[in-house]
Every structure is written in C-alpha cells, then in structure tokens.
Design a binder for this molecule. Structure first.
Ligand code: ATP
Ligand code: MG
Length: 399
C-alpha cells in the first residue's frame, strides 16, 4: 500500500524539545511523516502562507516546504510571542491549517484555553508518547478537514443567500416599476371617463372623440406593457426557447418591411436591401420577429415622418448580419450604456411614448439566438443597430 505523506510544521524554540519530538515519530506504518522545523512564530506564518518558502530550510538544509502543511505543532511559548496570543496571531494569519498546541506541564490550563480558541488539540510535552502524538495529529487533521468543509459550505450558503437577496430586490424593484408604469395610463383612462360621464352634454363631438381616443391609446399602452412584462418573465424562467426551423430570411425581412410600411400612419419609407445567400437559414422565426419588430418600431417612433429607414441583411459564412438604420433623434452618449436596463429611456424622448422594455426583450432574444447586438448612435443624427446571428444552430457534439 502506498504511504500517505503527512506534512508537519513543528514550531518549537527549544532545540532539545524539538529533537525529542522528532524522535518520537514512528518510522513505519502507513504514514510517512515529513517534519519541518522553525523556531519563531513569524517564521511559522511565513512558511504556512507561502507555498514555496525557499528561504526556510530544515535541519538537513533541505527546502522545507513545497506544499501545504497538514498540521502545525505550535509551542505556545516562543521568542516572539507567548501564551494564547501565539495561537491568536497564528490563526489570524493562517485560517485553514489545523493546530495542535504544545505546552509545558505547568501551563496545562493555558493549553486548555487554547482548545477553546480553536486549537484542535493540545499536548503536554513532558507526558508525550508516540501513540498520543500520532493520535493527536490524525484527529487534528480530520477535524481540520471537517472544519474547512463546514467553512466552505457556510461560504457557499452565504453567497447563495446574497444572490437570493439581490434577486428578491430586483424583483420587488421590477414590480414597483411595473406598477408605476401602469399608473399613468390608468389615470388617463379614469380622468377621460370621468369627463365623458360628467360633462357629456356640454362636450363637442371633437372633444368627445379626443377623450375616447385617449382611453383607447392608454389601453393599448397597458396591453403592450403587459405583453412585454409577460414575455420578460417567461424568459426569466426559461420558458422562451430557441427553436430553429428552416427559414427564408430574405422573405421574412421583406414581409416584415411591408407590414411596417402599411401599418404606420405616415406610410414610412423603409428600404430593404439584402446581400448573399439568405434563403436557406435555420433560425427561430418568433425570436427574429420579436427582435426586428422592436427595432423597426423604434426606428419609426424615434425618427421624423419624412426621413428614411434602412433595413439591411447580409448573409455570409453562416452569419446573418441585420442592420436597422434611422435618421432620427439619436441617443445621447451618456444614455447609451444603460439602454438594456429595464424601463430605461434616454433623456431626449420628450413626449414619444414607450416603456423602456423593448431593447431588454431584444437583448434576451439575441442572447437566446446565440448572437450579438451593437448600437451606434449620435444625438440629432440617427441610430444604427446591428444584430449578428448564426444562420444555423450549433452542430451537436458527438457523444
Ligand atoms: P418600448 O418598451 O415600448 O419599446 P421604448 O421604445 O422607450 O419603449 P426601448 O425600445 O427599450 O424602449 O428603447 C429604450 C430607449 O432607447 C428608448 O426609450 C429611447 O430612448 C432609446 N432608443 C431606442 N431606439 C432608438 C432609436 N432608434 N432612436 C433613438 N432612440 C432610441
Ligand atoms: Mg421600443
């Protein structure tokens, strides 16, 4: 059977005691004891903290330590520290190596207190036997390992708790923001309905139509908000999946362009261009719709009716690069880093309606599709958003 090697650091200033202790270690059995010896506390700390303490030599002038010690035998009375302070200082500097305290017969009480301070065991030097020493070291190592495991678990639990707390905070912030976003359209609906109810006979046809139209658009806003929040919560719990299927990308983009051209009041000029072989993709049409519906509606919403919008598609080396470019209000430089935060809207939106969730959703869909998104924008000049997506799902690795 292969011998188990146990690395021991003996911290003992009395050379006779050190010699005696070295002689006590058994030379057979399944364990191979490797003992390094230092005389001062700070040498012990250096030896334990550094994996390659080249300056420390043992009595045979070998480099004493190339790997971590399993246990430290620590005399509590050393030239640079005495009593419980020795243990305290050592444990402050080295937290994960078990310590067996060594004491003189007349300071057994002190050794006992050392146990309470975290030493794994204590040995009174005058009473030492091989059996006692070996048992103390084995127990100390075992207890040290259990202690380290407990500490690692505690750390993991603490981290999980902190993460959970952070998530809870995010969720309650999110709920607060959603409620806030609902408040504005609800207030508009309530006041418009009250005006219609209380002043109906006096209202002109035009006024009445205006209040009904306000109610309609507030309801639309709330429905859109609900849809967006629902979609986002689905992505949070992984209920939106990447489901690639054969897709003619060129057709897809062309149809989307037509839908937008027909459905916008001002019959916007959206110019679609494509390059490369784009008909044989295998992509998730729902995710793509979600991405480009949001990007095109932003391009329309944040630009002027007479300005043009370009929608470009380039298919090359199995990557589809989409570009949506407008000549609209642009995004102020300071806002650009925060566009993917929920409910964040740039400071120049003025009265243009929106909730600040569209780009968050776009980002989720792009991520789900294994792609990337880049925004280049200049306030007052326009915005270009580039999305790069793989045209086919990644090849499955062979089992
Ligand atoms: P909605 O959730 O209804 O889409 P939104 O349009 O305000 O609301 P996002 O689409 O997430 O939200 O966009 C976030 C912000 O980024 C916008 O409020 C706007 O300030 C800015 N933005 C996005 N696209 C453009 C664009 N093409 N031109 C100018 N600003 C833009
Ligand atoms: Mg938007």
């Amino acid at each position: 059977m292969k011998n188990r090697k146990i690395d021991i650091l003996l911290v003992e200033d009395s050379s006779s005691d050190a010699r005696l202790l070295r002689q006590i270690f058994p030379h057979n059995g399944h364990e191979e004891w490797q003992i390094a010896h230092v005389e001062r506390l700070n040498e012990a700390i250096v030896a334990c903290k550094s994996e390659l303490s080249l300056s420390l030599k043992d009595s045979t002038s070998q480099t004493i330590h190339q790997r971590r010690f399993d246990v430290v035998l620590l005399d509590l009375s050393l030239p640079d520290s005495t009593g419980l302070d020795t243990l305290k200082e050592f444990q402050k500097a080295v937290t994960d190596i078990p310590v067996v305290a060594l004491s003189e017969l007349d300071d057994e009480e002190l050794a006992f207190q050392a146990l309470a301070q975290g030493a794994q065991d204590y040995i009174v030097k005058d009473q030492i036997t091989t059996q006692m020493l070996v048992r103390a070291i084995r127990y100390a190592i075992q207890r040290g390992q259990i202690f380290n495991q407990l500490r690692a678990n505690e750390q993991r639990i603490r981290e999980a708790l902190a993460k959970e707390q952070e998530l809870n905070e995010l969720k309650s912030n999110f709920v607060a923001m959603v409620s806030h976003e609902f408040r504005a359209p609800m207030t508009i609906i309530r006041t418009s309905a009250q005006l219609l109810e209380n002043y109906n006979p006096q209202l002109t046809e035009e006024r009445r139509a205006k209040y009904f139209q306000r109610i309609q658009s507030s309801i639309n806003q709330m429905v859109q908000l609900l849809d967006e929040v629902l979609f986002l919560s689905k992505t949070e719990v992984d209920r939106v999946e990447y489901q690639p299927a054969p897709l003619d990308l060129k057709n897809f983009c062309q149809e989307l362009t037509e839908i937008f051209q027909l459905n916008t009041d001002a019959k916007r000029d959206i110019i679609f261009n494509h390059q490369g072989e784009c008909t044989l993709a295998q992509m998730d049409e729902n995710l793509l719709s979600c991405i480009f519906t949001n990007l095109l509606s932003n391009a329309i919403k944040y630009s002027f009716p007479e300005s043009k919008i370009w929608f470009d598609l380039v298919c090359q080396e199995d990557v589809a690069t989409f570009r949506v470019q407008d000549q609209g209000i642009g995004i102020p430089y300071r806002d650009q880093t925060r566009l993917f935060e929920t409910f964040y809207r740039a400071r120049n939106v003025g009265k243009i309606e929106g909730t600040g969730l569209g780009l968050v959703i776009v980002r989720k869909c792009v991520d789900l599709h294994g792609g990337e998104i880049r925004i280049i924008s200049k306030e007052g000049v326009g915005t270009t958003i580039t999305v790069r997506l793989p045209m086919h799902p990644p090849a499955k690795s062979e089992e």
